[in-house]
Design a protein around this ligand. Structure first.
Ligand SMILES: [Zn+2]
Length: 118
C-alpha cells in the first residue's frame, strides 16, 4: 500500500511497507491501553492527597487513549525510510496512522515536520 509523505506542503509518494491493522488487532491495542491506565489509577488510590487528581486523570486517559488507539487503522514501518528533505534516518520505527488525518513526525536533524497519511 502506498503511503503519502508531505513535507513543507509538498507531497511525495513513496513505497513504504504499510500494514492494515485488523479489527482484533486494534481491539487488542485498545484494551491494552485501558488495562495499563486503569491499573495505574487503581495503584494511585493509595497515594495520599494526590489520588484526588491522579485517579480521575488516569481514568480519563484510559478511555481517551484507548479510543484514540482504536481509531488507528494502519501501521507504517519506517525501518528503511529516510527524511525526504535531508536524507537522515528517522528515529521512529513504527508509526500508526488514522484513516482520516495524518500522523505528524519531526526529523531530528533538519527539524522539519513530516506528515504521514494513507
Ligand atoms: Zn530531515
Amino acid at each position: 500500500m502506498n503511503a503519502t509523505i508531505k513535507i513543507n506542503g509538498q507531497i511525495m509518494d513513496h513505497q513504504i511497507p504499510t500494514e492494515i491493522l485488523t479489527y482484533p488487532n486494534r481491539l487488542k491495542r485498545s484494551i491494552k491501553a485501558i488495562f495499563i491506565f486503569v491499573t495505574a489509577a487503581s495503584f494511585s488510590i493509595f497515594i495520599p492527597v494526590l489520588h484526588f487528581v491522579l485517579v480521575p486523570t488516569l481514568l480519563f486517559l484510559a478511555f481517551f487513549l484507548s479510543y484514540s488507539k482504536f481509531q488507528e487503522k494502519y501501521k507504517i514501518d519506517l525501518e528503511k525510510v529516510h527524511c525526504p528533505s535531508c536524507q537522515a534516518k528517522l528515529l521512529e520505527k513504527d508509526v500508526f496512522v488514522k484513516s482520516n488525518r495524518p500522523t505528524k513526525l519531526y526529523c531530528f536533524s533538519c527539524r522539519k515536520q513530516i506528515d504521514f497519511s494513507i
